[in-house]
Unconditional design. Structure first.
Length: 215
């Protein structure tokens, strides 16, 4: 975890030790366990948030929970001043590998960080479309907006206005019944980078882990 100090004595942490398919990636995360949108989505029937992996990670790793709660407050309560923005020396960077958009202030801060680092390609995953639409989606050459679909096995999800891609997760039984759906999400984000490039791929499809497959 890299800590970026702000002038008012606060700091936020950038995660530089991701695991699994995110190994090698850097990300800016917030707590999903205090986010009202996340808590609400976990109670909705059929929504993929009911099996939130960030929820369990925060419970198992207290240091992550503490850092991401702090990020939640720092990024959502005040728009950062230009001199408070971090310098990101990475080719690609992930927003919200853990957590979700909180409010418009949070979104504006993510945009400002991208503007301050034009040589880095930032990708923002979100299900919380209301935050982006409240005031309008902000387009940048180095910011990719990815709509993360709410439900498992969404068949040809509609791409929200202004978004670059839709990210969906599918079970093996569903894929067997719908051979036209191409699984194009690789095992390593850092090697694949399909979601971190401005390209003509509008739908990124991932095969769910075996443990999540319906019987």
């Amino acid at each position: 975890m890299i800590h970026c100090a702000l002038l008012n004595g606060q700091s936020f942490g950038i995660t530089n030790e991701m695991s699994g398919k995110m190994e090698g990636m850097w990300s800016l995360n917030t707590s999903a366990n205090i986010n009202p949108f996340c808590l609400k989505m976990r109670e909705c029937a059929g929504v993929i948030c009911k099996s939130c992996y960030t929820k369990s990670k925060e419970k198992m790793q207290v240091n992550c929970h503490t850092a991401w709660v702090n990020n939640y407050h720092v990024l959502s309560e005040n728009v950062l001043k230009d001199r408070e923005l971090p310098i990101i020396n990475q080719q690609v960077f992930r927003y919200s590998a853990h957590g979700e958009l909180i409010n418009r202030v949070h979104y504006k801060n993510l945009v400002k960080i991208a503007e301050a680092n034009p040589r880095t390609m930032f990708t923002l995953w979100t299900k919380h479309l209301a935050v982006v639409r409240d005031g309008g989606l902000i387009r940048l050459k180095n910011l990719i907006h990815v709509f993360s679909t709410l439900r498992l096995n969404e068949l040809k999800p509609k791409l929200p206005k202004g978004f670059d891609k839709a990210f969906s997760v599918y079970s093996r039984p569903f894929i067997r019944e719908h051979a036209d759906i191409k699984i194009n999400c690789a095992k390593s984000c850092n090697e694949c980078r399909l979601c971190y490039e401005k390209n003509d791929v509008a739908r990124v499809n991932e095969l769910i882990k075996y443990s999540g497959d319906p019987k």
